[in-house]
Design a protein around this ligand. Structure first.
Ligand code: SAH
Length: 257
């Protein structure tokens, strides 16, 4: 791949936030306004493309579940090709680029072509989605730390870290975990956490947002009942008890007992 004359290749890895387009940073808006090309993912809101100039090239490189049309390798190559031929490529990624976003792989690849990369962090769904539900990831007296874990590793298994996290008193935020909910629930049960509060949020900050709140014991049936779909965030921890619907739930149980 050769550099075209009068083109200054540059890449911005931009975190789009969890879905609501207004959750993009001001720096992100400015980067989009200066884009020659935008490469965007499935979990980014297409409304953000309106910030880019009308003449900018906009390319969808998403990987919706079940589709494998854009392997990471192809995305890396496209990104370089566009940067060398058109200039400023904004690589728009869901949430934060470095939280299970493969952002560093893209940074590394661009650097190997001596193309400068800027990183603009985004609001990660792992913290932003609970926050929007008014569930704090830490809270004095309830949770001293939080753990952000993937439910699906490259080998397709749940992360081993979940076993350790389930033993701790940390808030446990699991991404890409919905399909593994049964296994994850089993891990928390084995850790003796049957009554630990759990929330599952589908499409946080978007029009089709859905929330279910329960406990380790009840969450699987609630998720089935409410037909919760990906993308969803699993929140395990005492902090979930601060959510108004958990308080209602406790009252309901108390009145039955
Ligand atoms: N870089 C992203 C995460 C990419 S992995 C970030 O920082 O948010 C994709 C997973 O993130 C999804 O499977 C889901 O578990 C979670 N996720 C992303 N957006 C979400 C949203 N709006 N609501 C709930 N979960 C979300």
């Amino acid at each position: 791949m050769t550099q075209h004359k009068n083109i200054t290749a540059k890449i911005t890895l931009l975190g789009a936030g969890p879905g609501d387009p207004e959750l993009l940073t001001l720096k992100g808006v400015k980067a989009l306004q200066n884009a020659d090309v935008v490469l965007y993912d499935a979990l980014t809101n297409e409304a953000l493309l309106e910030y880019a100039p009308a003449e900018a090239i906009k390319v969808y490189v998403g990987k919706r579940s079940g589709e494998h049309s854009y392997p990471q390798d192809t995305i890396n190559k496209l990104m370089i090709d566009y940067a060398l031929n058109y200039g400023h490529v904004v690589r728009l990624k869901g949430g934060d680029p470095f939280v299970f976003g493969r952002g560093y792989e893209e940074l590394d690849y661009a650097t190997s072509y001596n193309i400068p990369v800027d990183v603009i962090p985004g609001i990660s769904s792992s913290i932003g989605v609970p926050g929007l539900q008014q569930i704090p990831v830490t809270h004095r007296g309830l949770s001293e730390s939080f753990w952000v874990i993937t439910g699906t590793t490259t080998s397709g298994e749940v992360s081993k870290d979940i076993y350790q996290a389930a033993q701790s008193s940390a808030t446990v935020l699991i991404l890409m975990g919905l399909k593994k909910l049964a296994k994850i629930v089993e891990i928390f049960k084995e850790a003796g956490k049957l009554n630990l509060p759990v929330a599952v949020v589908q499409n946080g900050s978007s029009a089709d947002e859905k929330l279910v709140v329960g406990t380790v014991e009840t969450i699987e049936s609630l998720v089935q009942l409410e037909l919760i779909k990906a993308p969803a965030l699993l929140i395990f921890g005492e902090v979930v008890s601060l959510h108004p619907s958990f308080k209602k739930l406790v009252k309901q149980y108390a009145s039955i007992a």
